[in-house]
Design a binder for this molecule. Structure first.
Ligand code: ZN
Ligand code: CU
Length: 484
């Protein structure tokens, strides 16, 4: 029997995303689906790729992004596609581009300015209008979107330093209902950030109430990732229990020298709590984080690199201490002159990063900031760094496990049906790479650089990336969680 496929991938080492051992096979694709995995040497196809034994894996799912605007302003999504990402989870850390039913404050309230410091992109009055725009002008990658609590606060409240009133909670809850009906997958919070710090746990619970009816998720950049980490984990789990939904701990880390080494304690608590309620977590593979610039964060860091500055853009990419020296002022004064601005903060411990990455339930997410002038290298190199540095060089886990953490595990946790897995009937999202050469290229010094070893990337059966070049196709779709 000789079937004709649209696309046939020959001689692949198949790593299917479930964590199972690799096997050798050909993969036949018709339309947007994988229709056959097996020995297909008799078959023909309109288009063929001979992998000669290299790896075919499910396309990587970036569990944590801030790509809400990049999908519209840079729909080719090169930082993501070039490292093998085929699906992104957006709207994290309480920050989503939509809904914004009234004019955004000028200057744009941090950290919403991470998406757009001018404000013009906060133009979608409803979540539906935003998702419609994504559908009308598709990007290369698929996307599943969260609605951000901080965005809701900015859309609803004038004084963020207070808890929301009953009326404001009601207004935010209605925006959550609208977002979930339109196809959002859940709510994210950034309780760590100034516009949400004053939100009591009860406010979050009440705003998230509708999530249960829509099978939504609760994702959080927790209130405290430093001394108060255990209380923050408790708070997160309580919100999940009271709302009755799964929780996602975003970019789990331990901040500040005196908390280094505490991942033993946090991971044990997470493990125990997972036995009682649905919990998942993601992690980026670096000891430095990145967000808006502030002196308080700089003070707990061993090194600070400025990633962008609206008032003094020429300092992007330079260390804060050197900038202060050049200006002849204190670091605190330099920060004042640079604001609004962003920075990379070195304040985690390599041992914790490795333990968290190795923890079986941990997914890989980049937390990349696509609009920074000199971004954290995680934007371009998260996935190849896990496959190259942490898997091949340090041997933290097998390649099958590494791939599972960026595909099958993530798809299951986020409810992305028939994604993140290579099997007959699944969507044809694939990343084809060389396990011996796949590696990060972006560094803190040279952060904008394409990964090595990613041969081709296929989204919904369409090749979007081929040997270092975009093909121009943009087959990405809006993904939602199934309703119960
Ligand atoms: Zn965050
Ligand atoms: Cu984030």
């Amino acid at each position: 029997m000789s079937t004709q496929f649209d696309l046939l991938i020959r001689n692949a080492t198949v790593i299917d995303g479930t964590g199972a051992d690799r096997f050798h096979a050909d993969i036949g694709i018709n339309g947007d689906r994988i229709v056959k995995i097996g020995h297909l040497s008799e078959c023909t196809a309109k288009e063929e790729i001979d992998l000669k034994g290299q790896v075919a894996a499910p396309g990587f799912i970036d569990a944590h992004t801030h790509d809400d605007r990049m999908m519209l302003s840079n729909p080719e999504m090169t930082p993501k596609v070039s490292q093998g990402v085929t699906t992104i989870i957006g709207g994290n850390c309480g920050v989503s581009l939509a809904p914004m039913p009234r004019p955004i404050p000028d200057p744009v309230t941090p950290p919403l300015n991470l998406l757009d410091d001018e404000g013009g992109w906060f133009r979608f009055p409803s979540f539906k209008s935003y998702l419609d725009a994504l559908r009308a002008e598709p990007s290369t990658t698929n996307r599943a979107m969260l609605v951000g609590h901080t965005t809701l606060r900015v859309a609803t409240m004038d004084d963020f330093e207070k808890p929301a009133t009953t009326e404001q909670i009601q207004a935010m809850r209605e925006l959550v209902v609208e977002a979930m009906q339109a196809g959002a997958i859940g709510v994210s919070t950034g309780l760590f950030y100034e516009p949400a710090v004053a939100s009591p746990t009860e406010e979050v619970i009440e705003i998230c109430r509708p999530l249960k009816d829509y099978n939504g998720l609760y994702c959080t950049h927790m209130r405290d990732e430093a001394d108060g980490i255990m209380d923050s984990l408790e708070e997160t789990f309580r919100i999940g229990r009271e709302v009755g939904v799964p929780v996602v701990i975003s970019h789990h880390k331990l901040v500040g020298a005196k908390n280094h080494g505490r991942s033993d304690e946090t991971l044990e608590f997470i493990r125990q709590s997972m036995a009682k309620q649905p919990i998942c977590l993601d992690c980026y593979p670096y000891t430095a984080g990145s967000t808006v610039l502030s002196m308080s964060r700089a003070q707990t860091s061993s090194r600070v690199i400025v990633t962008w500055s609206k008032s003094l853009p020429e300092y992007a990419g330079q260390d804060l201490d050197k900038i202060a020296e050049k200006m002849g002022v204190s670091q605190a004064d330099a920060v004042d002159r640079l604001l609004p601005a962003g920075a990379i903060y070195f304040r985690m411990d390599e041992g914790d990063v490795q333990k968290i990455l190795q923890f079986a339930p941990t997914m890989v997410g980049s937390d990349g900031l696509p609009h920074d002038a000199s971004p954290h290298p995680r934007l371009w190199s998260t996935f190849p760094r896990v496959l190259g540095h942490y898997r091949r060089e340090l041997g933290l886990f097998s390649l099958e496990t590494a791939v599972h953490k960026m595909t099958g595990l993530t798809a299951v946790n986020f409810g992305l049906t028939d994604r993140g897995i290579l099997k007959e009937g699944a969507y044809a999202d694939l990343t084809l790479f060389d396990e011996e050469t796949v590696d990060e290229v972006a560094t803190y010094e040279n952060p904008i650089a394409m990964a090595r070893g990613i041969h081709a990337v296929i989204v919904n059966g369409v090749v979007v990336w081929d040997h270092g070049k975009a093909t121009g196709a943009r087959p990405g779709r809006v993904l939602s969680r199934p309703r119960k």
